[in-house]
Ligand binder design. Structure first.
Ligand SMILES: Cc1cc2nc3c(=O)[nH]c(=O)nc-3n(C[C@H](O)[C@H](O)[C@H](O)COP(=O)(O)OP(=O)(O)OC[C@H]3O[C@@H](n4cnc5c(N)ncnc54)[C@H](O)[C@@H]3O)c2cc1C
Length: 463
């Protein structure tokens, strides 16, 4: 498939000279996301600066029935921003304006291309945060975060991106511009259309601006790392953390295999002297130092942790976080991982994990499984590393077959096959494990209503 030459000529006439690129380096870079599985092959890349440009571009594309892939920081892990079939990539990279913070309403309006971490830096001097936070924040964009309803490391305390978006400006496939909810906290005037676009992965509209809700930065945070003997022990520790003398801001698990890969890739040191198979990073807000110390002593006394350390400075806290946040990148840098991102009801984690271990023992005897995740909110990242003696093709066949067993197990335990990364191209074949046929019919009807020509991110989430 290639873009009509007439469309490209019209774009060149109607927009600034630097608006469109067909440079091979741009096509290669903007045609793929972090998954790097599908060879990139977009037809061209457009770089709008304003909502009006996005609107006029989509109206033109609709007239030519040209497929468009909305593109943010391309850190997605579901191949949602991949353009592998001659599509026009609509990059939001130049739309990065951030307005002054409204300190009474605790909101800030930004263009969708604003980088997540840039928003953090913009609001921090006022003692505020936009609590959407994860390892890719230095590249991911607000529009991508909203389009994937991203989760991250503090969901247990602050919830998903959805909770932190007040208003959206969205351009539909026709070019029509919708302003949804503005900066209103309260607005009960029928269906909340804003929520429809949050998590829609660029298939229903292009998010061009957002009014973000802000939180006060916590006055005090403490970061601990614990060594734990096994997965059941991790869940016991979680129960103790839920009842701890603080507000639980993060409860992150990783195994010794993940740690070994991070240490190899980033040359980081393990601050704990006692080796263990499982590690847990806990971030606590607003805990009194004496109460925290007593809590840690009780964990060690009761054998809930075999070792532990409390960061004594912001730099040490960052070092502990680096062990956890470096995992995703390190797995890719040191091997070829097959990734799954599943969610279970927290109460069902223990039973699920028991069956998962047995299932994976059968499916992948002797293989390296790297397990980590935001386990406090029921989210597990289950990564299988390709053995050196297997070709990539054979590995993919094997993992595709095993995924069906995994997802059947997830369904039996009333979980989700995609906790936070989305569906994109990667998980599309498995969507029916998590959504009922009646729901799928409804999703298709919504897509048909908003994008009757099927030009927005075609083939993503649904066929
Ligand atoms: C190291 C690493 C760690 C990560 N950790 C987490 C984590 O803890 N939690 C988590 O949830 N995710 C995580 N991710 C995944 C990813 O960073 C998030 O999904 C992020 O929100 C994607 O943002 P992006 O701007 O890079 O989007 P992209 O990858 O560019 O796009 C993602 C999807 O959104 C669509 N899209 C992008 N911008 C727009 C727009 N303006 N309008 C409409 N549609 C749009 C795209 O078409 C695509 O379908 C991680 C990724 C990496 C590489």
């Amino acid at each position: 498939m290639s873009l009509p030459a007439e469309l490209l000529a019209e774009i060149e006439r109607a927009f600034p000279a630097d608006f469109l690129s067909v440079e091979p380096a741009d096509l290669a870079a903007y045609g793929r996301d972090w998954t790097r599985i599908h060879p990139p092959a977009p037809g061209a890349i457009a770089f709008p600066r304003t909502t009006d440009e996005v609107s006029r571009l989509l109206a033109l594309c609709a007239r030519h029935r040209a497929p468009v892939v909305p593109s943010g920081g391309r850190t997605g892990l579901a191949a949602g921003a991949v353009a592998a079939r001659g599509e026009l990539v609509l990059s939001m990279g130049r739309m990065r304006r951030m307005d002054p913070v409204d300190e009474d309403g605790l909101t800030v309006r930004v263009q969708a291309g604003a980088v997540t971490e840039a928003v953090h830096h913009h609001v921090r001097p006022l003692g505020l945060s936009w609590p959407v936070d994860f390892a890719s924040k230095g590249s991911s964009q607000v529009g991508g975060n909203i389009a994937t309803n991203a989760g991250g490391v503090r969901v247990i305390r602050y919830g998903l991106t959805r909770q932190w978006v007040l208003g959206l400006e969205v351009v539909l496939a026709s070019g029509a511009v919708l302003e949804l909810n503005g900066a209103l906290e309260k607005n009960n005037t029928g269906f909340d259309l804003r929520q429809l676009f949050i998590g829609s992965e660029g298939t229903l509209g292009v998010i061009t601006e957002a009014t973000l809700k802000l939180a006060r930065l916590p006055t005090r945070t403490d970061v601990f790392l614990f060594a734990v003997p096994d997965l059941a022990g991790v869940l016991r520790l979680f129960r103790a953390a839920r009842r701890g003398p603080f507000a639980l801001a993060a409860f992150e698990l990783f195994t010794d295999r993940c740690l070994a890969r991070v240490q190899r890739h980033r040359s980081l040191r393990n601050p704990l002297g006692t080796p263990a198979t499982h590690y847990v990073l806990v971030e606590a807000e607003a805990g009194e130092p004496d109460a925290l110390e007593a809590w840690v002593a009780s964990l060690l006394e009761e054998g809930l942790a075999t070792d532990g350390t409390l960061a004594q400075s912001a730099a040490q806290a960052a070092e502990l976080w680096a062990l956890r946040e470096g995992i995703s990148e390190s797995l890719t840098a040191t091997g070829f991982p097959h990734k799954n991102d599943i969610a279970l009801p927290v109460a069902g984690l223990e039973a699920f994990c028991g069956e998962l271990e047995a299932e994976f023992g059968r499916e992948y005897p002797g293989w390296e499984i790297c397990l980590f995740g935001h386990i406090g909110d029921g989210n597990l990242h289950v990564n299988v590393m390709k053995p050196d003696d297997l070709t990539i093709e054979a590995f993919k066949d094997r993992t595709a077959a095993a995924d069906r067993h995994l997802f059947a197990l997830v369904r039996r335990h009333r979980g989700s096959i995609s906790a936070e990364h989305g569906i994109g191209l990667l998980k599309k074949p498995y969507l029916a494990y998590s959504r009922a046929p009646e729901e799928l019919t409804l999703l298709r009807a919504i897509k048909q209503t908003l994008d009757p020509l099927g030009i927005l991110n075609p083939g993503k989430i649904l066929d």
